[in-house]
Ligand binder design. Structure first.
Ligand code: PLP
Length: 386
């Protein structure tokens, strides 16, 4: 049942974070907890590059996508930029709150094209535009900064699904002009699943729409009400998972100590090395050059084998669990998650590569394992072994 996780979230978690997660719960209210909470939400905003307000909501990332749509888009006209399964998810969520929603669709391995966004926004006025930063089903990294520039020129709200990108990819919410960023704790923040995270530009909260949302839990006005009225002892409306939030606090401490740019450089280097190693095995990268996510890698088998056979083999031989993909990609794409520091250690990456090589050799395919390991592992002169 327990394999070393190299799926694109949840991730393998640092021991210090796990230690912080364990233990008896504490009261989710009162001055001591409130002080912790207010400090943590400020630090989360900072990591996302925002002076805005962060809300931690029990649930997963989707609850915060739902919150963004419920709070800002009820009966509004929305555009969803979609190049994959999680773009479909965004469309479904937004459609639950407004019937006036359109999709700007791109093929699965094609990043969102800013010119096409420009064209769509000049043909019709939209109140809000939604997009994923990293489309986790394909590992395509979308050009957020360029797209936001265009959306801002047209005066629409921009909502970013950063569930697979926060902490991992460069993301500067305020200076790029992103109005709302949604993420979750189980990927780049390296926590057990259980928290959705939504960060909102502060002045937007003062201007929450007049149309009443049709929900209570996912209506940010309710969260703002509690923040104001019960600010000193219970600045949120529901019971929060205090253990998960303590894990998040530890994760934030680690990120702050190491530095966000160090982390992002590490993910950048690991993903680039892994791509080279997999290419040397004759595998293909699913995302196009220049648009690879850095916390996961999607490789195509080019019809040489069925990904599900590889997944089973890796579990059995090296105890590592990777992922397949969805829909039509299922037959030829597999995905490797490397969103936490533990997943990026040499020993794990080499075991994984070794497992893939053994599997491919068992299928009569020639793979240069030794050379690939040389490409993959970080040498001491690069600043120490991970
Ligand atoms: C890009 C993206 N959006 C949305 C989701 C859904 O997030 P959750 O399962 O935390 O609700 C995921 C989950 O993997 C994701 O990767």
């Amino acid at each position: 049942m327990k394999y070393f996780l190299m799926i694109p979230g949840p991730v393998e978690i640092a021991d210090e974070i796990l230690d912080a997660y364990q233990g008896q719960p504490v009261a989710h209210y009162g001055p001591e907890w409130t002080k912790e909470y207010l400090d943590i939400i400020k630090r989360v905003s900072k990591i996302l590059g925002s002076e805005g307000m962060t809300f931690l909501m029990p649930g997963s990332g989707s609850i915060c996508l739902d919150t963004a749509a419920a709070s800002f888009c009820t009966s509004k006209r929305c555009l969803v930029i979609n190049n994959g399964m999680f773009g479909d998810r965004l469309y479904n969520i937004v459609s639950a709150h407004t019937s006036d929603v359109e999709i700007l669709k791109f093929p699965l391995n094609v990043p969102a094209d800013p010119d096409a966004v420009k064209k769509a926004l000049s043909e019709r006025e939209y109140d809000a535009v939604f997009m994923t930063h990293v489309e986790t089903s394909t590992s395509v990294l979308n050009p957020v900064k360029e797209v936001v520039n265009i959306v801002k020129e047209h005066g629409a709200l921009f909502v970013l699904d950063a569930i697979s990108s926060a902490v991992i990819e460069k993301l500067e919410m305020d200076s790029w002009g992103i109005d709302i960023t949604v993420t979750a704790c189980q990927k780049g923040f390296e926590c057990p699943a259980g928290l959705g995270i939504i960060t909102v530009r502060s002045d937007l909260l003062n201007a929450l729409q007049d149309t009443p949302a049709t929900t209570w839990y996912t209506d940010l006005r309710v969260w703002c009400d509690f923040y104001d009225k019960w600010h000193d002892w219970h600045p949120f409306p529901v019971t929060l998972p205090t253990n998960t939030i303590m894990a998040l606090k530890k994760s934030i401490e680690i990120i702050e100590t190491e530095g966000l740019s160090f982390r992002q450089r590490m993910f950048g280097e690991i993903s680039s090395r892994l791509r080279k190693a997999l290419l040397s095995f004759g595998l293909e990268m699913y995302a196009p050059e220049g648009h690879h996510a850095h916390g996961l890698t999607a490789a195509s088998t080019g019809g040489k084998f069925d990904p599900s056979d590889l997944l089973g083999y890796l579990k059995k031989t090296v105890g590592i669990q990777i992922s397949g993909s969805f829909g039509d990609l299922k037959s030829h794409v597999f995905r490797i998650g490397h969103m936490s520091k533990k997943q990026c250690s040499n020993i794990i990456l080499v075991s994984l590569l070794n497992g893939i090589a053994l599997f491919m050799r068992s299928r009569g395919l020639k793979v240069p394992l030794e050379e690939a390991v040389g490409m993959l592992i970080q040498q001491p002169q690069d600043g120490g072994m991970l």
